[in-house]
Design a protein around this ligand. Structure first.
Ligand code: TGC
Ligand code: FAD
Length: 392
Protein backbone atom coordinates (compact mmCIF):
# COMPACT_ATOMS: atom_id res chain seq x y z
CA UNK A 1 0.00 0.00 0.00
CA UNK A 2 1.29 3.44 -0.86
CA UNK A 3 2.16 5.13 2.44
CA UNK A 4 0.23 8.27 1.65
CA UNK A 5 -3.38 8.40 0.49
CA UNK A 6 -4.05 10.37 -2.67
CA UNK A 7 -4.27 14.03 -1.71
CA UNK A 8 -4.25 16.57 -4.46
CA UNK A 9 -3.28 16.07 -8.09
CA UNK A 10 -1.34 19.04 -9.46
CA UNK A 11 -3.19 21.27 -11.91
CA UNK A 12 -1.09 24.41 -11.56
CA UNK A 13 -2.20 26.05 -14.80
CA UNK A 14 -5.90 25.21 -14.50
CA UNK A 15 -5.73 22.70 -17.34
CA UNK A 16 -8.85 20.99 -16.02
CA UNK A 17 -10.84 23.89 -17.42
CA UNK A 18 -9.81 22.71 -20.89
CA UNK A 19 -11.20 19.22 -20.31
CA UNK A 20 -14.82 18.19 -20.86
CA UNK A 21 -17.02 16.79 -18.10
CA UNK A 22 -16.72 13.41 -19.81
CA UNK A 23 -12.90 13.60 -19.68
CA UNK A 24 -13.02 14.33 -15.96
CA UNK A 25 -15.48 11.51 -15.26
CA UNK A 26 -13.34 9.02 -17.18
CA UNK A 27 -10.23 10.17 -15.34
CA UNK A 28 -11.95 9.90 -11.96
CA UNK A 29 -13.27 6.41 -12.61
CA UNK A 30 -9.82 5.13 -13.64
CA UNK A 31 -8.27 6.94 -10.68
CA UNK A 32 -10.72 5.22 -8.31
CA UNK A 33 -9.94 1.84 -9.84
CA UNK A 34 -6.19 2.43 -9.50
CA UNK A 35 -6.67 3.39 -5.84
CA UNK A 36 -8.61 0.23 -5.06
CA UNK A 37 -7.04 -2.38 -7.36
CA UNK A 38 -3.47 -1.29 -8.09
CA UNK A 39 -2.19 0.70 -5.10
CA UNK A 40 -2.84 -1.96 -2.43
CA UNK A 41 -1.20 -4.74 -4.46
CA UNK A 42 1.48 -3.24 -6.66
CA UNK A 43 4.46 -3.21 -4.31
CA UNK A 44 4.04 -6.90 -3.48
CA UNK A 45 3.59 -7.80 -7.16
CA UNK A 46 6.72 -5.87 -8.14
CA UNK A 47 8.77 -7.27 -5.22
CA UNK A 48 7.69 -10.82 -6.16
CA UNK A 49 8.21 -10.23 -9.90
CA UNK A 50 4.66 -11.28 -10.66
CA UNK A 51 1.80 -9.64 -12.53
CA UNK A 52 -1.41 -8.41 -10.92
CA UNK A 53 -4.04 -11.19 -11.04
CA UNK A 54 -6.65 -10.86 -13.81
CA UNK A 55 -5.20 -7.49 -14.76
CA UNK A 56 -6.33 -7.56 -18.38
CA UNK A 57 -9.93 -8.50 -17.53
CA UNK A 58 -10.02 -5.77 -14.88
CA UNK A 59 -8.73 -3.25 -17.44
CA UNK A 60 -11.42 -4.45 -19.83
CA UNK A 61 -14.12 -3.90 -17.23
CA UNK A 62 -13.14 -0.23 -16.75
CA UNK A 63 -12.98 0.41 -20.51
CA UNK A 64 -9.22 0.94 -20.58
CA UNK A 65 -8.61 -1.39 -23.54
CA UNK A 66 -9.01 0.19 -26.96
CA UNK A 67 -10.85 3.26 -25.64
CA UNK A 68 -10.74 4.93 -29.08
CA UNK A 69 -11.70 1.78 -31.01
CA UNK A 70 -15.27 2.04 -32.43
CA UNK A 71 -18.03 0.68 -30.21
CA UNK A 72 -19.17 -1.80 -32.87
CA UNK A 73 -15.91 -3.69 -32.28
CA UNK A 74 -16.11 -3.55 -28.48
CA UNK A 75 -14.17 -0.30 -27.94
CA UNK A 76 -15.56 2.84 -26.31
CA UNK A 77 -15.29 5.23 -29.28
CA UNK A 78 -13.61 7.85 -27.07
CA UNK A 79 -11.32 10.67 -28.19
CA UNK A 80 -7.54 10.82 -27.87
CA UNK A 81 -7.51 13.01 -24.77
CA UNK A 82 -9.63 10.42 -22.95
CA UNK A 83 -7.11 7.78 -24.01
CA UNK A 84 -4.27 9.94 -22.67
CA UNK A 85 -5.98 10.59 -19.35
CA UNK A 86 -6.61 6.85 -18.91
CA UNK A 87 -2.92 6.16 -19.53
CA UNK A 88 -1.92 8.88 -17.05
CA UNK A 89 -4.05 7.42 -14.28
CA UNK A 90 -2.91 3.84 -14.95
CA UNK A 91 0.77 4.80 -14.82
CA UNK A 92 0.25 6.70 -11.58
CA UNK A 93 -0.34 3.17 -10.30
CA UNK A 94 2.53 1.52 -12.16
CA UNK A 95 4.12 1.58 -15.62
CA UNK A 96 3.41 -2.16 -15.88
CA UNK A 97 -0.33 -1.47 -15.71
CA UNK A 98 -0.11 1.24 -18.36
CA UNK A 99 2.11 -1.02 -20.47
CA UNK A 100 -0.51 -3.78 -20.43
CA UNK A 101 -3.17 -1.32 -21.59
CA UNK A 102 -0.85 0.36 -24.14
CA UNK A 103 0.17 -2.85 -25.83
CA UNK A 104 -3.34 -4.25 -25.95
CA UNK A 105 -4.86 -0.95 -27.19
CA UNK A 106 -2.25 0.66 -29.41
CA UNK A 107 -0.13 -2.23 -30.58
CA UNK A 108 -2.68 -5.04 -30.96
CA UNK A 109 -6.17 -3.54 -31.32
CA UNK A 110 -4.98 -0.52 -33.32
CA UNK A 111 -3.32 -2.50 -36.16
CA UNK A 112 -6.22 -4.95 -36.36
CA UNK A 113 -8.66 -2.03 -36.51
CA UNK A 114 -6.57 -0.02 -39.01
CA UNK A 115 -5.14 -2.75 -41.22
CA UNK A 116 -7.25 -5.84 -40.51
CA UNK A 117 -10.02 -7.43 -42.56
CA UNK A 118 -13.63 -7.19 -41.41
CA UNK A 119 -13.44 -10.85 -40.30
CA UNK A 120 -10.30 -10.18 -38.26
CA UNK A 121 -11.89 -7.17 -36.58
CA UNK A 122 -15.00 -9.13 -35.61
CA UNK A 123 -13.01 -12.17 -34.49
CA UNK A 124 -10.43 -10.45 -32.29
CA UNK A 125 -11.38 -6.90 -31.28
CA UNK A 126 -14.32 -7.55 -28.93
CA UNK A 127 -12.38 -10.20 -26.98
CA UNK A 128 -9.33 -7.94 -26.78
CA UNK A 129 -11.51 -5.05 -25.56
CA UNK A 130 -12.95 -7.13 -22.74
CA UNK A 131 -9.55 -8.53 -21.76
CA UNK A 132 -10.70 -12.12 -22.31
CA UNK A 133 -7.96 -12.32 -24.93
CA UNK A 134 -4.43 -11.00 -24.31
CA UNK A 135 -2.39 -9.69 -27.22
CA UNK A 136 1.30 -8.95 -27.73
CA UNK A 137 3.23 -7.06 -30.41
CA UNK A 138 6.40 -8.40 -31.96
CA UNK A 139 8.68 -5.95 -33.74
CA UNK A 140 12.02 -6.02 -31.87
CA UNK A 141 14.42 -8.90 -32.54
CA UNK A 142 17.59 -10.08 -30.79
CA UNK A 143 19.76 -8.38 -33.47
CA UNK A 144 17.48 -5.46 -34.39
CA UNK A 145 15.95 -3.04 -31.87
CA UNK A 146 16.31 0.60 -32.91
CA UNK A 147 16.62 -0.53 -36.53
CA UNK A 148 13.52 -2.69 -37.06
CA UNK A 149 13.79 -2.31 -40.85
CA UNK A 150 16.66 -4.82 -40.78
CA UNK A 151 14.50 -7.53 -39.16
CA UNK A 152 15.28 -11.15 -40.07
CA UNK A 153 11.93 -12.81 -39.27
CA UNK A 154 10.36 -13.87 -42.58
CA UNK A 155 7.48 -15.83 -44.06
CA UNK A 156 7.05 -17.77 -47.28
CA UNK A 157 3.91 -18.33 -49.28
CA UNK A 158 3.27 -22.09 -49.29
CA UNK A 159 0.10 -21.92 -51.39
CA UNK A 160 -2.57 -22.63 -48.78
CA UNK A 161 -0.69 -21.07 -45.80
CA UNK A 162 2.36 -19.01 -44.85
CA UNK A 163 5.43 -20.56 -43.21
CA UNK A 164 6.89 -18.27 -40.55
CA UNK A 165 10.42 -18.40 -39.09
CA UNK A 166 12.38 -16.12 -36.78
CA UNK A 167 12.28 -14.69 -33.27
CA UNK A 168 11.18 -11.54 -31.46
CA UNK A 169 12.69 -10.38 -28.18
CA UNK A 170 11.69 -8.11 -25.28
CA UNK A 171 7.99 -8.62 -25.91
CA UNK A 172 5.56 -7.31 -23.29
CA UNK A 173 3.04 -9.99 -22.28
CA UNK A 174 4.60 -12.62 -24.58
CA UNK A 175 4.32 -15.36 -21.92
CA UNK A 176 0.62 -14.56 -21.36
CA UNK A 177 -0.57 -13.78 -24.84
CA UNK A 178 -3.33 -15.60 -26.70
CA UNK A 179 -2.40 -13.85 -29.96
CA UNK A 180 0.59 -11.89 -31.20
CA UNK A 181 0.54 -9.24 -33.93
CA UNK A 182 3.99 -9.75 -35.41
CA UNK A 183 5.91 -8.06 -38.21
CA UNK A 184 7.93 -10.12 -40.67
CA UNK A 185 9.35 -9.85 -44.18
CA UNK A 186 7.63 -11.43 -47.17
CA UNK A 187 9.54 -13.01 -50.04
CA UNK A 188 10.11 -9.56 -51.59
CA UNK A 189 11.68 -8.35 -48.35
CA UNK A 190 8.68 -6.11 -47.53
CA UNK A 191 7.39 -5.92 -43.94
CA UNK A 192 3.86 -7.24 -43.31
CA UNK A 193 1.80 -8.00 -40.21
CA UNK A 194 0.55 -11.45 -39.21
CA UNK A 195 -1.69 -12.58 -36.36
CA UNK A 196 -0.12 -15.63 -34.71
CA UNK A 197 -2.25 -17.60 -32.26
CA UNK A 198 -1.09 -19.57 -29.23
CA UNK A 199 -1.35 -23.25 -30.01
CA UNK A 200 0.00 -22.94 -33.55
CA UNK A 201 2.67 -25.61 -33.87
CA UNK A 202 6.22 -24.25 -33.63
CA UNK A 203 5.17 -21.05 -31.79
CA UNK A 204 6.67 -20.64 -28.28
CA UNK A 205 6.86 -17.71 -25.84
CA UNK A 206 9.69 -18.17 -23.29
CA UNK A 207 9.69 -15.70 -20.40
CA UNK A 208 12.56 -13.27 -19.77
CA UNK A 209 13.49 -13.52 -16.09
CA UNK A 210 15.42 -11.37 -13.58
CA UNK A 211 14.40 -7.89 -14.73
CA UNK A 212 15.02 -5.01 -12.33
CA UNK A 213 12.41 -2.94 -14.16
CA UNK A 214 8.70 -3.45 -14.89
CA UNK A 215 8.71 -6.34 -12.45
CA UNK A 216 4.90 -6.45 -12.38
CA UNK A 217 4.82 -7.04 -16.14
CA UNK A 218 5.69 -10.24 -17.99
CA UNK A 219 8.25 -9.91 -20.78
CA UNK A 220 9.39 -12.66 -23.11
CA UNK A 221 10.27 -13.86 -26.57
CA UNK A 222 8.12 -14.92 -29.50
CA UNK A 223 9.83 -17.79 -31.30
CA UNK A 224 8.61 -19.06 -34.68
CA UNK A 225 9.93 -22.37 -35.86
CA UNK A 226 8.24 -23.32 -39.14
CA UNK A 227 4.89 -21.98 -37.91
CA UNK A 228 2.05 -22.55 -40.38
CA UNK A 229 0.00 -19.35 -40.35
CA UNK A 230 -3.38 -19.42 -42.12
CA UNK A 231 -3.57 -16.96 -45.00
CA UNK A 232 -6.53 -15.20 -43.43
CA UNK A 233 -4.23 -14.14 -40.55
CA UNK A 234 -2.23 -11.72 -42.72
CA UNK A 235 -3.14 -8.06 -42.07
CA UNK A 236 -4.23 -7.03 -45.57
CA UNK A 237 -4.24 -3.26 -45.16
CA UNK A 238 -0.56 -2.31 -44.98
CA UNK A 239 2.84 -3.21 -46.40
CA UNK A 240 6.12 -1.66 -45.28
CA UNK A 241 7.66 -0.40 -42.06
CA UNK A 242 5.04 2.33 -41.82
CA UNK A 243 2.64 -0.42 -40.57
CA UNK A 244 4.38 -1.11 -37.25
CA UNK A 245 5.63 2.49 -36.97
CA UNK A 246 2.10 3.90 -37.13
CA UNK A 247 1.14 1.61 -34.23
CA UNK A 248 4.10 3.10 -32.36
CA UNK A 249 2.74 6.61 -32.96
CA UNK A 250 -0.35 5.65 -30.98
CA UNK A 251 1.55 3.87 -28.21
CA UNK A 252 4.18 6.62 -27.87
CA UNK A 253 1.41 9.18 -27.58
CA UNK A 254 -0.13 7.16 -24.72
CA UNK A 255 3.25 6.89 -23.01
CA UNK A 256 3.68 10.68 -23.16
CA UNK A 257 0.59 10.98 -20.98
CA UNK A 258 1.26 7.87 -18.92
CA UNK A 259 4.60 8.97 -17.52
CA UNK A 260 3.01 12.16 -16.19
CA UNK A 261 1.07 9.86 -13.87
CA UNK A 262 4.26 8.26 -12.53
CA UNK A 263 5.76 11.73 -12.00
CA UNK A 264 2.62 12.92 -10.20
CA UNK A 265 2.73 9.95 -7.82
CA UNK A 266 6.35 10.76 -6.92
CA UNK A 267 5.69 14.49 -6.65
CA UNK A 268 2.65 14.14 -4.36
CA UNK A 269 4.51 11.72 -2.11
CA UNK A 270 7.54 14.02 -1.91
CA UNK A 271 5.45 17.12 -1.08
CA UNK A 272 3.68 15.37 1.77
CA UNK A 273 6.86 13.80 3.16
CA UNK A 274 8.69 17.14 3.04
CA UNK A 275 5.99 18.70 5.22
CA UNK A 276 6.04 15.91 7.79
CA UNK A 277 9.69 14.94 8.08
CA UNK A 278 11.64 17.15 10.49
CA UNK A 279 15.41 17.64 10.67
CA UNK A 280 17.29 20.38 12.55
CA UNK A 281 13.96 21.05 14.27
CA UNK A 282 12.15 22.03 11.06
CA UNK A 283 10.19 20.30 8.29
CA UNK A 284 12.64 19.47 5.49
CA UNK A 285 10.19 21.25 3.14
CA UNK A 286 11.25 24.53 4.75
CA UNK A 287 14.80 24.20 3.38
CA UNK A 288 15.50 25.97 0.11
CA UNK A 289 17.26 23.00 -1.46
CA UNK A 290 14.20 20.79 -1.01
CA UNK A 291 11.89 23.57 -2.24
CA UNK A 292 14.01 23.90 -5.39
CA UNK A 293 13.42 20.26 -6.16
CA UNK A 294 9.66 20.47 -5.54
CA UNK A 295 9.30 23.68 -7.55
CA UNK A 296 11.15 22.14 -10.48
CA UNK A 297 9.04 18.98 -10.33
CA UNK A 298 5.82 20.98 -10.50
CA UNK A 299 7.18 23.13 -13.34
CA UNK A 300 8.16 20.09 -15.39
CA UNK A 301 4.88 18.25 -14.73
CA UNK A 302 2.93 21.34 -15.78
CA UNK A 303 4.92 21.71 -19.01
CA UNK A 304 4.41 18.02 -19.78
CA UNK A 305 0.65 18.30 -19.15
CA UNK A 306 0.36 21.23 -21.56
CA UNK A 307 2.43 19.45 -24.19
CA UNK A 308 0.19 16.39 -23.99
CA UNK A 309 -3.05 18.31 -24.06
CA UNK A 310 -2.09 20.13 -27.25
CA UNK A 311 -0.73 16.92 -28.76
CA UNK A 312 -4.08 15.30 -27.94
CA UNK A 313 -5.91 18.13 -29.72
CA UNK A 314 -3.69 17.66 -32.77
CA UNK A 315 -4.24 13.91 -32.64
CA UNK A 316 -8.01 14.35 -32.43
CA UNK A 317 -7.75 16.42 -35.63
CA UNK A 318 -5.42 13.81 -37.26
CA UNK A 319 -2.72 16.48 -37.41
CA UNK A 320 -0.12 15.13 -34.94
CA UNK A 321 3.10 14.32 -36.79
CA UNK A 322 5.29 11.37 -35.80
CA UNK A 323 8.06 13.85 -34.96
CA UNK A 324 5.77 15.78 -32.58
CA UNK A 325 4.89 12.50 -30.87
CA UNK A 326 8.59 11.61 -30.59
CA UNK A 327 9.31 14.95 -28.95
CA UNK A 328 6.56 14.43 -26.37
CA UNK A 329 7.54 10.82 -25.60
CA UNK A 330 11.20 11.78 -25.21
CA UNK A 331 10.61 14.88 -23.12
CA UNK A 332 8.03 13.38 -20.81
CA UNK A 333 9.80 10.05 -20.17
CA UNK A 334 12.98 11.97 -19.20
CA UNK A 335 10.94 14.37 -17.08
CA UNK A 336 9.37 11.46 -15.19
CA UNK A 337 12.54 9.48 -14.58
CA UNK A 338 14.32 12.64 -13.35
CA UNK A 339 11.47 13.35 -10.93
CA UNK A 340 11.40 9.74 -9.70
CA UNK A 341 15.15 9.80 -8.99
CA UNK A 342 15.25 13.27 -7.41
CA UNK A 343 12.10 12.77 -5.34
CA UNK A 344 13.63 9.58 -3.95
CA UNK A 345 16.35 11.77 -2.49
CA UNK A 346 13.81 13.93 -0.66
CA UNK A 347 12.79 10.83 1.29
CA UNK A 348 16.38 10.04 2.27
CA UNK A 349 16.77 6.40 3.31
CA UNK A 350 12.99 5.94 3.35
CA UNK A 351 13.00 6.56 -0.38
CA UNK A 352 14.46 3.14 -1.10
CA UNK A 353 11.60 1.36 0.64
CA UNK A 354 8.69 -0.39 -1.03
CA UNK A 355 6.18 1.55 1.09
CA UNK A 356 6.99 4.52 -1.12
CA UNK A 357 6.71 4.45 -4.90
CA UNK A 358 9.87 6.21 -6.06
CA UNK A 359 12.29 3.32 -6.55
CA UNK A 360 9.63 1.26 -8.32
CA UNK A 361 8.70 4.13 -10.66
CA UNK A 362 12.36 5.00 -11.31
CA UNK A 363 13.21 1.39 -12.14
CA UNK A 364 10.14 1.06 -14.38
CA UNK A 365 10.97 4.27 -16.20
CA UNK A 366 14.36 2.83 -17.22
CA UNK A 367 12.34 0.59 -19.55
CA UNK A 368 9.93 3.31 -20.57
CA UNK A 369 12.76 5.63 -21.63
CA UNK A 370 14.14 2.73 -23.74
CA UNK A 371 11.14 1.02 -25.28
CA UNK A 372 9.00 2.46 -28.06
CA UNK A 373 12.18 4.11 -29.33
CA UNK A 374 15.11 5.05 -27.09
CA UNK A 375 15.72 8.55 -25.76
CA UNK A 376 18.49 9.01 -28.33
CA UNK A 377 16.47 7.63 -31.27
CA UNK A 378 13.70 10.16 -30.57
CA UNK A 379 16.27 12.96 -30.49
CA UNK A 380 17.50 11.85 -33.92
CA UNK A 381 13.91 11.88 -35.21
CA UNK A 382 13.64 15.52 -34.07
CA UNK A 383 17.06 16.27 -35.58
CA UNK A 384 15.92 14.83 -38.90
CA UNK A 385 12.72 16.87 -38.77
CA UNK A 386 14.69 20.08 -38.15
CA UNK A 387 17.50 19.60 -40.64
CA UNK A 388 16.27 17.08 -43.20
CA UNK A 389 19.48 15.10 -42.57
CA UNK A 390 19.08 11.48 -41.45
CA UNK A 391 21.66 10.85 -38.68
CA UNK A 392 20.73 7.22 -38.00
P1 TGC B 1 12.40 5.14 -42.49
O1 TGC B 1 13.11 4.84 -43.77
O2 TGC B 1 12.55 6.49 -41.90
O3 TGC B 1 10.85 4.83 -42.65
C1 TGC B 1 10.36 3.64 -43.23
C2 TGC B 1 8.91 3.89 -43.63
O4 TGC B 1 8.14 4.11 -42.44
C3 TGC B 1 7.56 5.46 -42.49
N1 TGC B 1 7.64 5.98 -41.13
C4 TGC B 1 6.56 6.10 -40.36
N2 TGC B 1 5.27 5.87 -40.60
C5 TGC B 1 4.40 6.08 -39.61
N3 TGC B 1 4.80 6.52 -38.40
C6 TGC B 1 6.09 6.77 -38.10
N4 TGC B 1 6.46 7.17 -36.88
C7 TGC B 1 7.04 6.56 -39.11
N5 TGC B 1 8.40 6.68 -39.18
C8 TGC B 1 8.74 6.34 -40.43
C9 TGC B 1 8.41 6.21 -43.47
O5 TGC B 1 7.70 7.29 -44.03
C10 TGC B 1 8.71 5.14 -44.50
O6 TGC B 1 7.57 4.94 -45.26
P2 TGC B 1 7.68 4.51 -46.82
O7 TGC B 1 6.27 4.51 -47.31
O8 TGC B 1 8.55 5.55 -47.46
O9 TGC B 1 8.31 3.15 -46.83
O10 TGC B 1 12.84 4.01 -41.46
P3 TGC B 1 14.24 3.68 -40.84
O11 TGC B 1 14.52 2.24 -41.15
O12 TGC B 1 15.28 4.70 -41.25
O13 TGC B 1 13.95 3.78 -39.26
C11 TGC B 1 13.52 4.96 -38.71
C12 TGC B 1 13.38 4.90 -37.15
C13 TGC B 1 14.73 4.71 -36.52
C14 TGC B 1 12.82 6.23 -36.75
C15 TGC B 1 12.44 3.84 -36.68
O14 TGC B 1 12.71 2.61 -37.20
C16 TGC B 1 12.26 3.78 -35.16
O15 TGC B 1 11.37 4.45 -34.68
N6 TGC B 1 13.06 2.98 -34.38
C17 TGC B 1 12.76 2.71 -32.99
C18 TGC B 1 12.15 1.33 -32.89
C19 TGC B 1 11.06 1.26 -31.87
O16 TGC B 1 10.51 2.24 -31.43
N7 TGC B 1 10.70 0.05 -31.48
C20 TGC B 1 9.61 -0.15 -30.60
C21 TGC B 1 9.22 -1.62 -30.49
S1 TGC B 1 7.66 -1.86 -29.72
C22 TGC B 1 7.88 -1.54 -28.10
O17 TGC B 1 8.89 -1.11 -27.67
C23 TGC B 1 6.71 -1.80 -27.26
S2 TGC B 1 6.95 -1.55 -25.57
C24 TGC B 1 5.32 -1.36 -25.16
C25 TGC B 1 4.99 -1.38 -23.73
O18 TGC B 1 5.26 -2.37 -23.02
O19 TGC B 1 4.33 -0.40 -23.32
P1 FAD C 1 19.66 -1.00 -29.48
O1 FAD C 1 18.88 -0.64 -30.68
O2 FAD C 1 20.71 -2.04 -29.59
O3 FAD C 1 20.30 0.33 -28.92
C1 FAD C 1 21.39 0.33 -27.97
C2 FAD C 1 21.84 1.80 -27.78
O4 FAD C 1 22.33 2.31 -29.03
C3 FAD C 1 20.69 2.72 -27.36
O5 FAD C 1 21.18 3.65 -26.44
C4 FAD C 1 20.31 3.43 -28.67
O6 FAD C 1 19.74 4.72 -28.44
C5 FAD C 1 21.65 3.52 -29.34
N1 FAD C 1 21.54 3.64 -30.82
C6 FAD C 1 20.98 2.76 -31.68
N2 FAD C 1 21.04 3.26 -32.93
C7 FAD C 1 21.64 4.46 -32.87
C8 FAD C 1 21.98 5.47 -33.80
N3 FAD C 1 21.70 5.35 -35.11
N4 FAD C 1 22.58 6.60 -33.36
C9 FAD C 1 22.87 6.76 -32.05
N5 FAD C 1 22.57 5.84 -31.11
C10 FAD C 1 21.96 4.72 -31.50
N6 FAD C 1 9.61 -4.45 -28.43
C11 FAD C 1 8.54 -4.95 -29.12
O7 FAD C 1 8.59 -5.13 -30.33
N7 FAD C 1 7.39 -5.27 -28.44
C12 FAD C 1 7.26 -5.12 -27.11
O8 FAD C 1 6.19 -5.41 -26.54
C13 FAD C 1 8.38 -4.62 -26.37
N8 FAD C 1 8.31 -4.53 -25.01
C14 FAD C 1 9.44 -4.20 -24.32
C15 FAD C 1 9.42 -4.28 -22.91
C16 FAD C 1 10.57 -3.99 -22.19
C17 FAD C 1 10.55 -4.13 -20.70
C18 FAD C 1 11.74 -3.57 -22.86
C19 FAD C 1 12.99 -3.22 -22.09
C20 FAD C 1 11.76 -3.48 -24.23
C21 FAD C 1 10.62 -3.81 -24.98
N9 FAD C 1 10.64 -3.82 -26.38
C22 FAD C 1 9.56 -4.29 -27.09
C23 FAD C 1 11.89 -3.55 -27.10
C24 FAD C 1 12.27 -2.08 -27.19
O9 FAD C 1 11.48 -1.41 -28.12
C25 FAD C 1 13.77 -2.01 -27.57
O10 FAD C 1 14.51 -2.42 -26.42
C26 FAD C 1 14.20 -0.63 -28.02
O11 FAD C 1 13.57 -0.27 -29.24
C27 FAD C 1 15.72 -0.52 -28.18
O12 FAD C 1 16.23 -1.60 -28.90
P2 FAD C 1 17.49 -2.44 -28.31
O13 FAD C 1 17.17 -2.80 -26.92
O14 FAD C 1 17.79 -3.51 -29.27
O15 FAD C 1 18.68 -1.39 -28.27
Amino acid sequence: MSYYPLTSIPDYFGIDALLTEEHKLIRQSVRDWVESFVMPNIDEAAQNHTDLPNLMKELGKIGALGPYIPEEYGGSGLDQISYGLIMQELERGDSAVRSAASVQSSLVMFPINEFGSEDQKRKYLPQLASGEMIGSFGLTEPNHGSDPGSMETYFKDMGDHYLLNGAKMWITNAPLCDIAVIWAKNEEGKVQGLIVERGMEGFTTPETHNKWSLRASKTGELVFNNVKVPKENLLPGVTGLKGPLSCLNSARYGISWGVIGAAIDCYCTAVQYSKERKQFGKPIGSFQLQQKKLAEFLTEITKAQLLCLQLGNLKNDHKASPAQISMAKRNNAKMAIDIARESRQILGGMGIMGEFPMMRHAANLESVITYEGTHDVHLLITGLDITGFNAF
